[in-house]
Design a protein around this ligand. Structure first.
Ligand code: CUA
Length: 310
């Protein structure tokens, strides 16, 4: 575990922490300086220029151009610095590296479930390798939750019927708290967990131990044939009734109404449960709506399967 944190910030455990912490302290110290300067000026001026008797009439004061320019320009520059810095951090927080290791997170009242690419599952404790970018693809089976790891400086709402994601790269082995930060019912405050950061070797050993479930992509492949998806969607690029799944994930797709979108997890889920929402250009709106009853395990599996068709 790295440092133990400060009065203001918890310990720092990810590559995202230093940049965000510097930004916090930059705004913090500017606020301290301005607060002290304004408070001292108010007190000094109140004493120095107080009305001493009833006939005390102050002289007429005209504006000081230099002073007025300074207090317009300096705060504007400070605000622009904070905006630029913050926006760059925001982009970094929302741009997972392409090689990030993906783990599915399912939130439910009142626990966190994790599914790894090989089918290994865990509850509460999220085990991740150190020094490797990890992307969490998260959804909820009931109400709104929010995934928060203070030490990693990441927090993201977890919403039913859609996917949201966060990424981080842990910088030190150890255990870090996971909190739910969206009020989700009576046991909300008990919806806790830990991120357990392990060395690459320990993580691999843990990953291979006691795998009971089918890998999500494997289950997806099974559904693909069992549910007859293969009748309309090929995985080898052949054109059938519907678009091929080959190379679908991450592809820029154009729809009959002229709009476009990059095929991500949410697009795939929407196309399965609400197939009339977006019709791919050049294809008929022929997909049946019977798949809206798929549960989150089935949808996660199909998304994982489609991601592999590259
Ligand atoms: Cu889940 Cu609060």
């Amino acid at each position: 575990m790295g440092d133990k944190g400060t009065f203001w910030l918890p310990e720092s455990g990810s590559t995202l922490s230093p940049g965000l912490d510097s930004l916090f302290y930059f705004t913090y110290w500017i606020s301290v300086v301005i607060f002290v300067a304004v408070t001292v000026a108010v007190i000094v001026f109140a004493i120095k220029y107080r009305r001493r008797n009833d006939s005390d009439i102050p002289p007429i004061v005209h504006e000081n151009k230099l002073l007025e320019t300074a207090w317009i320009v300096v705060p504007t520059i400070l605000v622009l610095i904070v905006f630029t810095w913050g926006f760059r951090s925001f982009l970094k927080l929302h741009s997972p590296p392409a090689n990030a290791y993906e783990i599915q997170v399912t939130a439910k009242q009142w626990l966190w479930d994790y599914t790894y690419p090989n089918g290994k599952t865990s509850t509460g404790d999220l085990v991740v390798p150190v020094d490797r970018p990890v992307r969490l693809v998260m959804t909820s089976t009931d109400v709104l939750h929010s995934f928060f790891v203070p030490a990693f400086r990441v927090k993201q709402d977890v919403v039913p019927n859609r996917y949201s994601s966060v990424w981080f790269e842990a910088t030190g082995q150890g255990e870090y708290h996971i909190l739910c930060t969206e009020y989700c019912g009576t046991q909300h405050s008990g919806m806790l967990g830990s991120v357990i950061v392990q060395s690459a070797e320990d993580f691999d050993a843990w990953l291979q131990s006691g795998v009971e479930d089918m890998a999500p992509a494997e289950y997806g492949a099974l559904l693909y044939t069992q549910q007859n998806c293969n009748v309309c969607h090929s995985v080898d690029g052949t054109r059938l009734v519907g678009p091929t799944l080959l190379g679908l994930f991450g592809r820029q797709t154009t729809f009959t109404d002229g709009t476009t979108a990059v095929a991500d997890e949410n697009y795939i889920m929407e196309s399965i449960v609400n197939p009339m929402a977006k019709i791919v250009e050049g294809y008929p709106p022929g997909m049946p709506t019977i798949y809206s009853s798929f549960d989150s395990d089935q949808l996660n599996a199909l998304v994982a399967f489609i991601k592999e068709q590259q």
